[in-house]
Design a protein around this ligand. Structure first.
Ligand code: WTA
Length: 690
């Protein structure tokens, strides 16, 4: 892609910049000597930088690296702490040779995230400001809560939870759709020091049970049903089965608090177990609207969130209170250039990390107005997002490349029909945003006015690690640009040598940051092995990355056996184990393949049990097995029959070959002579249905 052919080039504006690097970049543009995608620069529009929170980041970044303790404690001082931290702001050991991996920030200090998000903002005079602007599945169905009202709702639930015996440190599983009650439940747990574990309401009963068995919650909070688009999903049924399954595994959950969602399902139609199940509406409103805060150590756990790894069992990523609070609040503020007049909408579900850090905690800690949307972004039609933007005058829209690509395909008229004048910043997360989707978002949605914050981060990192700061530097479509304050990335080769300058390799981080996860729940050893052993001395992200000649970072996707399907992390091993649970499946190997809308699609090679023959019905029932085991979002896009799988003599499946077959690059199969049985490759090709 050259400058001359790009659609955004005519709209480029130049900003004055004090730094040498920026001047050099300006020169590249002015010289018109643009050769590749790496050279395309998009500058903030005139006037944007003048009003931006950070217009020259160089000094601030330098300070954050040279004096992290000073930098972060100054920011932390803007929050409320019951007792302050001591001399030692943080301690870290990221080097397995030096002993146990530890990351601690503000240890010994006491605070409460819920207090900082709600009470503190109300005390500052913002009690009447809208905290949550909710939009239901059906257009016209909406509701809102001010900061004071939100606090009251949270306190009532906190009091209820305390009343049924939930104490500091107890786990609570939340399995809910995007109702206001979902962030309310998270905050209510945080207020009393309970550890929430939100499970995305698209996960199946098996996955939910697995998470319940792992974290042994005292209560589950759910909702009877939800409407998404035209579908009704009966969540309570899924929870019921999961609780039966958990009980079989020795985990008995005493309370299932169920929110009645009358627009989806009446309570009379909901299956019920007396003694265990309680209607939210019957009990919670009876409690007091004030609730004492439980003051927590900064290093006490705030939540667990399960995520996929390269081996079967999901990992319980554990975040603690103090550092996560400071980090989500600060990254939100700077990466979205947040001003108190902003109306912010993040399309993510609270079941994923994005919904934790950038629907609930980050924005509310900043006293922002947050739009929470229950429905599907393409219902009743492809214009729904822009309808919501206009309706609430959304100024910051944070979304995912997969949604951008699907809207892009449905035609510009769905966008241009709406004004979108309120928008000033756009954001992207979940996977690398391809330059063409970036340009469409920039030109069509943002009318070439709105910088795009392409934020790179992970469940493990708690908040953004590499992200543009709008107004501070020019962007390159498809690049997450530069590290956030306090973050020192390193790109290393296979041997763990740090590469300098222009390079590509494995993306690692050299130091800790306040929002980093502290462990994998119940498995510190797996934490060390997965993240700190691959490259000694570094946190390893699992992503590949390239740094260009101007220092911009370009994420190139996962380098482990984790797929990224519509921005959702799915382990190949998880899908394989779901397939193998099918009685007629003997063996399965799964790879990710390029997919126009989803980013990656799931491609499964399946070997059947002897004597079973291929059929379309069997294909369907294999897909169904995955839906049951994991959830609909993990359903394979393709099943490829495999009489045998390409294995080395030691029995290891050669995924490299499978990836080539799946992506039809048959002339790039490479060396197959090391296979135990090279003829399986020909058999596989013969059975391709393309
Ligand atoms: C990918 C989501 C490129 C990446 C916040 C990472 C991205 C994984 C980006 C984490 C981005 C996320 N550019 N890749 N802006 N954002 N990723 O834990 O592969 O669900 O490792 O966290 O998503 O997914 P997770």
């Amino acid at each position: 892609q050259t400058m001359a052919t790009s659609s955004s080039d005519r709209r480029l504006h130049h900003v004055e910049s004090g730094s040498g690097r920026m001047q050099r970049l300006n020169a590249v543009v002015l010289g018109e000597s643009i050769a590749s995608e790496e050279d395309e620069l998009v500058f903030p529009s005139e006037g944007f930088s003048e009003q931006a929170l950070v217009s020259s980041h160089v000094q601030m970044y330098k300070r954050s690296i040279e004096d992290p303790a000073g930098f972060w404690s100054e920011i932390a001082s803007e929050f409320y702490w019951k007792t302050k931290w001591g001399e030692e702001v943080f301690t870290e050991n990221l080097d397995v040779r030096k002993g146990k991996i530890t990351i601690e920030w503000f240890k010994g200090a006491t605070t409460n995230v819920c207090y900082n998000a709600l009470d503190r903002n109300i005390e500052a005079g913002n009690g009447g400001k809208i905290a949550i602007q909710w939009e239901g599945n059906e257009p016209g169905h909406d509701a809102q809560l001010t900061y004071s009202e939100l606090l009251e709702k949270v306190c009532q639930l906190s009091n209820y939870l305390k009343d049924i015996g939930i104490r500091k440190g107890d786990a609570v599983v939340i399995y809910m759709p995007m109702l206001m009650e979902l962030p309310i439940a998270m905050l209510a747990c945080a207020r009393i020091g309970a550890v929430h574990s939100v499970v995305f309401a698209g996960f199946s009963t098996e996955s939910l049970a697995q998470r319940i068995v792992d974290c042994k919650p005292k209560a589950v909070i759910t909702c009877n049903a939800v409407r998404r688009g035209t579908k009704v999903i009966q969540l309570k049924d899924i929870v019921d089965y999961a609780l039966v399954e958990s009980a079989k595994n020795g985990v008995l959950v005493g309370a299932c608090l169920t929110y009645e969602n009358p627009s989806a399902m009446k309570r009379e139609e909901t299956k019920w177990q007396d003694g265990r199940d309680i209607w939210w509406q019957d009990v919670v409103p009876k409690y007091s609207t004030t609730c004492e805060v439980e003051w927590m150590d900064a290093e006490d756990p705030l939540f667990l969130l399960y995520t996929s790894g390269s081996t079967g069992k999901p990992k319980g990523v554990l975040h603690t209170i103090g550092g996560y609070m400071i980090y989500t609040a600060t990254t939100f503020k700077y990466a979205f250039d947040y001003k108190s007049s902003d109306i912010y909408w993040c399309t993510a579900d609270c079941g994923w990390i994005t919904g934790h850090s950038y629907v609930t905690y980050g924005p509310l800690l900043n006293g922002a107005t947050v739009v929470v949307f229950e429905g599907a972004p393409t219902y009743p039609d492809y214009g729904r997002c822009w309808d919501i933007v206009d309706k609430f005058k959304v100024t910051i829209l944070y979304t995912a490349p997969t949604l951008v690509r699907s809207l892009m395909r449905s035609g510009d008229e769905y966008v241009t029909r709406y004004s979108r004048k309120s928008l000033r910043i756009l954001g992207s997360v979940g996977e690398p945003i391809n330059p063409s989707a970036w340009r469409w978002l920039f030109n069509v949605v943002g009318d070439s006015r709105c910088p795009i914050s392409d934020t790179w981060w992970q469940t493990e990192t708690g908040g953004f690690l590499i992200t543009p700061l709008p107004g501070a530097w020019p962007q390159k479509p498809g690049s997450a640009t530069f590290p956030f304050f306090g973050v020192q990335p390193a790109i290393v080769d296979e041997k763990g040598n740090e590469l300098e300058g222009e390079c590509s390799g494995y993306l690692c981080i050299k130091n800790s940051w306040p929002g980093a996860f502290r462990t994998l729940y119940g498995d510190h050893e797996r934490y060390e092995t997965t993240y700190f052993k691959p490259f000694t001395g570094y946190y390893f992200s699992g992503d590949g990355c390239r740094r260009d000649k101007d220092g911009y970072y370009w994420l190139t996707g996962r380098v482990d056996d984790v797929m990224n399907v519509s921005g959702h992390r799915i382990g190949t091993a998880e899908v394989e184990s779901a397939l193998v649970s099918h009685p007629q499946c003997a063996e399965a190997a799964v790879v990710g393949v390029e997919h126009e809308v989803k980013g990656q699609g799931i491609y499964a090679f399946v070997t059947l049990v002897d004597g079973v023959s291929y059929s379309q019905e069997l294909r369907k029932s294999l897909v169904l097995a995955v839906r049951h085991q994991i959830g609909a979002f993990a359903a394979p896009d393709r099943i490829h029959w495999a009489p045998g799988l390409p294995k080395t003599r030691s029995g290891k499946i050669m995924r490299r070959i499978l990836r080539k077959i799946a992506s039809r690059q048959l002339d790039e199969l490479g060396d197959t002579s090391t296979l135990a049985d090279p003829s399986v490759v020909d058999q596989l090709i013969a059975l391709s249905d393309f």
